[in-house]
Design a protein around this ligand. Sequence first.
Ligand code: ANZ
Ligand code: ZN
Length: 841
Amino acid sequence: MSVQSQTGQMDQVQPSQQDGSSSNFAAMEAKWPAVWDELKVFTPVDDGSRERRYVLDMFPYPSGDLHMGHAEAFAMGDVVARYWRQRGFDVLHPIGWDSFGLPAENAAIKRNAHPSEWTYANIETQAASFRRYAISADWSRRLHTSDQGYYRWTQWLFKRFYERGLAYRKDSPVNWCPKDQTVLANEQVVNGACERCGTLVTKKSLNQWYFKITDYADRLLDDMDELEGHWPERVLAMQRNWIGRSEGAHVRFVIEADGGLPAHEVPVFTTRPDTLYGATFFVVAADAPLAEDLVTPEHAAALTAYREKVKALSEIERQSTEREKTGVFTGRYAVNPLNGEKLPVWAADYVLADYGTGAIMAVPAHDQRDLDFARAFGLPVRVVLDTGADDPADSGVATTGDGVLVNSGELDGMPKAEAIAAAVGQLERQGTGEKFVNFRLRDWLLSRQRFWGTPIPIIHCADCGEVPVPDDQLPVTLPADLRGEDLSPKGTSPLAAVEAWVNVPCPRCGGSAKRDTDTMDTFVDSSWYFLRFTSPEYTDGPFDPAKVNEWMPVGQYVGGVEHAILHLLYARFFTKVIHDMGMITADEPFRALLNQGQVLNGGKAMSKSLGNGVDLGQQLDKFGVDAIRLTMVFAGPPEDDLDWADVSPSGSSKFLARAWRLAQDVVSAPGTDPAEGNSVLRSATHRMVADATELVEHHKFNVVVARLMELVNATRKDIDSGAGGADPAVREAVEAVAVVLSLFAPYTAEDMWLALGHEPSVAAAGWPEVDQALLVQATVTAVVQVQGKVRDRLTVSPDIAESELRELALASEPVQRFLAGRGVRTVIVRAPNLVNIVPAS
Ligand code: ANZ
Ligand code: ZN
């Protein structure tokens, strides 16, 4: 099916601007969306007749109406989608909403409503704004993650993860926001405070659901090599850092038996096995269960008191190198497996319970944190790597560079790298250690004690334990009748209070059992939505296996850098697991990523408290969609921040009006052969198209707009000075302007296309063909002077021969006039741009 075959019905479409003034945008905005819907211009044919491309903007959260940030991000994504469509690809550019989440629940409490009311009302508002904003989306694929038809499959996927051992429960100290009464993932704690409300976060021990993303740490890291060059370098760096691969060794120390306390084998993770002889004490994380197991009765009270203090600290505070080191002695000693030395075992907060093994060998001479601790508690410092630096015991600075091993028995005299290998070899021979790669990445804590999310499809039975809800009973739906106060945070999920919902028969034994009352982190919902878009109506699985493989991976993903870590990492993890289940061939979701900058106002992020917010709706009412979209794109490279105080939407309006008027001035009929037209204008047109192709591919959208402006000016000049609108080169130029402009200002472009005598839609017009011959013949201006004064300008080829330029200049009519019959004394020719003629006196 092609758009052309349907356009017969479009005769009634009339140009909407009568006077060429930019104020007519309202008429255009009222007219075109219905036409686009009718023609289904943005619905992919999806039949394999054309190569497919998938362009996706990070789907929005329905927090209110669209804001300036949305307007920028979606303008950028739409340029790519519209460009690929013009290039003849079958483009999937869907839209949907990430519609579960806490704000809806808080709004519901305030308004005594159900969260769905606020959510779906906001979605409708945003949807209307997106339509007005002329996002070239396929509306038939719209989805919402809070729809039963969607979260049914989120639950289904959870079950598959569960079956593979990738979803599990464990008791663990979790970050707890006392205000939101919910668990927060580490990454949702910013400087010790809740990412959402800013309240200081505390610790609480809870039984929680986790996804075992750590099983995929290696692949998540290694496969980033494929993304190199297609994803922003800083995003790759942030992901690598988050995964945090460290190469080192596990070394097992034996904690000696003491009185009634048995011996314990405790492994440590170290990146510096070469420094084993420099270990002078041993530290366990004060809050780890191990510390309680080890402590002697004599020191137990001190440890308990210390642990209470540690609870109040955030992970960031604990790791800060500024803070004074604190800790307590456990009364126990650890034996160094290499030299048999006995090291006192301390419990301290600078060692984290959930990194490495939660215990370390402390080498104060070569690790600053250990040195600070040693100095605070008078513990020995022993240099084992001679780097030529001052003794850390005196300088207070641990030495970390390369050097030669000393005080280290059989390792003495070896350089660092060799000593690392030798120490590991020795440990392996003794059976007391081995090489180990550690990751900073933790498992993904996915359960939330809140209502407005995907219920976890598990039933707890006293006899059978955890029993998954059978697939044919999915979705486990949220009760529809909870409102207002029913939802207020009580430390457990509001679902726990809904007896009729909680109490169910066990699917395995039929006995009485209870539903899991937690819901999933909304990052779960957004980790697979891009797969669902390939077949949003599919009911036999989360997506149609054929369709998903036809469309995936996403060719261009567009969104904010605030999602550089979590969302992207989780989406990559889901994709890999689903790939491993054999359901998709892709094992990376997003081939290319574009992070748009922020929209600022007066150098600062827009915010209510600063009072510098700019309302998108007001901007659209004042300048029109096209001018705002064009302004967003023209302001600078998409990755850069854009300051609304520095841009000129009214300048954009004027340019759009100029472009629009060109189309009104074209006299030649559609299909007129441009070959006879002004070749200078023709070259300019073809060069603009050729350059735009390159520039769009490299996301230099702002430069494309600048090139369009140049061509609009050149065309206006040609009309005013040359053959007027009858020049076939003018038609060619204006058609090219309309098509390229359609990426940025779809309404104006559509109106121009119609004025040029074409059927809608310009979005399906096809990218103009570039005539390479015309590019080669691009021209330059040669200035012709007589006695140093400019008398003529010639348009010539850049590689014109000097002799030819000389002939042309001498033959020029103005030159002849100024020579006034006199002969020529000298002619200085600097091809291609200057000829200076000196008359014979
Ligand atoms: C002995 C040593 C000597 C270390 C030396 C460093 C320098 P990255 O690179 O971040 O992985 N460590 C291990 N587990 C820890 C925990 N749970 N909390 C705090 N620190 C921990 O860091 C690995 C190093 O961090 C390990 O190597 C360990 O100290 C420390 F000259 O072991 B090292
Ligand atoms: Zn049971």
